[in-house]
Ligand binder design. Sequence first.
Ligand code: NDP
Length: 465
Amino acid sequence: MSFDYDLFVIGGGSGGVRAARVAAGEHGARVAVAEESRMGGTCVIRGCVPKKLMIFASQAGLMAEEMRGYGWEGAQAGRFDWPVFRSKLDAELTRLELIYTANLERSGVQIFHQRATIVDAHTVALADGTTKTAKHILIAVGGRPALPGIPGEELGLISDDLFLMKELPRRVLLVGGGYIACEFATILSGLGVETVQVYRGDAVLRGFDQQARDMATVQLSEIGIDLRLNVTPTGLARAGDRIDVAFNDGSHEEFDAVIWATGRNPYTGGLGLENTGVHLRGNGAIAVDEWSQTAVPSIFAVGDVTDRVNLTPVAIREGHAFADTIFGGRARKVSHATIASAVYLRPHEVAQIGLTEEQACARGDVDVYATTFRPMRSMFAGSNAKVMMKLLVDPGTDVVLGCHIFGPDAGEMIQLAAIPITMGATKADFDATMAVHPTAAEELVTMRQPTRRHRLEVPAQAATA
Ligand code: NDP
């Protein structure tokens, strides 16, 4: 049977674009991509890229304060001009979108700027009514924000909306304690917006190391965010041009905008998957094996739609491995075992790789090498903000099981620490590494004695058996 294409990719985000470019450009496959929105997907258009630029924009107040500490009398951030920033941001995103499009076209990929749905194992339908056949279909449609399911929730915004706002709200409520809520609370408060953040638990960033979570929770309050723990909204109602929010403690408050940052769900609704034998997991994620293959042999899926590890570099790696395996004759799997990530807070970021101290303790014996200190740069300027660095080491093998950093540029630091840790480095390897002085990161290679040792309790009966 002959097909229109060797590969039809649904979704022009990080995973889909990488798979299409490698399949067509490197392996000579006939490839098409359908994208219903802007080429580049969540990361480029409404996620990592604009978010990071907003983080940079939001640091002005902090930098001015630090410069005053260094003797720059009267250093001030001035007034932030959102329309100016937004038009520069729009131009930058358009530039990136055009690069993505041009790179695909240069690789020989045909682009359809419209929605595609699945008809059967080898056929997709485009929004213009045409159908296309392909030997393989790759689903890379990503995720969509999840709302909490409470009355009036449609009055709230999602993170996508933030980059499109005509003007910044005067008073905002951010709901959630994950990556997006913490990063946007940090950004908006830094831009001068009165920011309230509510989280249903007692320390933000669940899943991160507890010590880092506790420090991040304190920092959010210290930079001026009104962070309320164990609080959650129960309903929203319109109050003139503001929004009245009811909370679980019975209180009510008005905000100019409410932003849901309550997680994301795989975007599988309306994709036509019921026409196929593709299996979905409970939250709508596409079930795939280690080759990103679904239950239908010709249909594959990569990225957030599979809900494995929902990060851009992971989607890119999965898309690349898929293309090499199917079209390049090079079978490649992606290891999801040791993946570093960072949360871009201010002044200190949270970054980690490997096990948390809590996970390491549950696994077995662990030696903890941890330090907290005031870094030279901000301490000189008068700040009491503390950095934390931690290595978790298996005392039996000396292998470093995890690394956690809370500090300025922690994201940059963890990227480099991720190399030896992914390679299976031991604490002795870290000790053998000469320090770069004076840096904050040198602490990672100068911690000599364990701060604490956790030993797995062996029940008396098991010990004597
Ligand atoms: P997260 O899963 O990180 O956080 C969701 C937050 O919402 C949690 O604090 C959760 O609480 C809370 N929550 C969930 N449901 C409700 C509810 N019904 N009522 C109240 N609170 C609720 O999701 P995000 O939306 O922050 O981010 C989505 C994904 O995007 C992340 O998982 C990450 O993979 C990716 N991302 C990565 C970034 C980075 O790498 N820097 C930046 C931004 C996003 P609880 O903890 O109790 O479950």
